[in-house]
Design a protein around this ligand. Structure first.
Ligand SMILES: [Zn+2]
Length: 195
């Protein structure tokens, strides 16, 4: 019997994918539960798993040594830039450029089974630059093309999750109706019924 096979560790459920924008989901890899901070990137495997959910992967099985610290630095930077963007303040964007420049891509023409030509871009970078490049680009795209008024944080006081409000009426208030929307409704009901 191998002892290594036994583990009591619960596999951590991944970070929420409800931001409706990769840049928002990046910020949501840090959350809060019962007033305590929750870190969804505890180790390399957490981070590689998170990236893979967005179609970003590498062929190597081991993460580059600088991946996790670089990812956390990018997340902290994104937090600062997106907060400035949302508040209409000057955006100190320069530190984002090294992440973008490390993500080298080339145009690539190919033909699908029906013979239709498509032009896409293929990544020529490797390692950390290739893995964090698409995430940095999503942040850059938000700052360039996004509407600051649609960058929102969940209105529930115990929740810090971010989302990009793509609803037609732009009235989205909650990270998720099932989570915070219902928590809010239950609290309102308790208030009304005097409980
Ligand atoms: Zn929420």
């Amino acid at each position: 019997m191998s002892e290594a096979a036994t583990t009591t560790e619960q596999p951590q459920s991944g970070a929420p994918m409800l931001g409706d924008h990769l840049a928002m989901d990046l910020l949501n890899t840090e959350a809060r539960a019962d007033g305590q901070p929750v870190e969804f990137w505890s180790n390399d495997q957490d981070l590689l798993h998170w990236l893979a959910r967005y179609g970003i992967s590498q062929t190597a099985t081991v993460a580059p040594a600088d991946l996790l610290p670089q990812a956390k630095a990018l997340r902290a930077l994104a937090h600062q830039l997106i907060s400035q963007f949302r508040a209409g303040q000057p955006i100190d964007y320069r530190p984002l450029n090294p992440y973008l420049q490390a993500y080298s891509t080339v145009p690539y023409l190919e033909q699908d089974a029906e013979g239709t030509l498509t032009l896409s871009r293929h990544c020529t970078a490797e390692g950390t630059g290739a893995l964090l490049g698409p995430v940095a680009e999503a942040v850059a795209q938000l700052l360039v093309e996004g509407n600051a008024a649609l960058v929102k944080q969940c209105e529930h006081p115990d929740c810090i999750l971010w989302f990009y409000d793509r609803t037609k009426a732009h009235k989205r208030r909650w990270c998720s109706m099932a989570l915070c929307g219902n928590r809010h409704k239950a609290a309102q009901f308790r208030k009304r019924s005097g409980g």
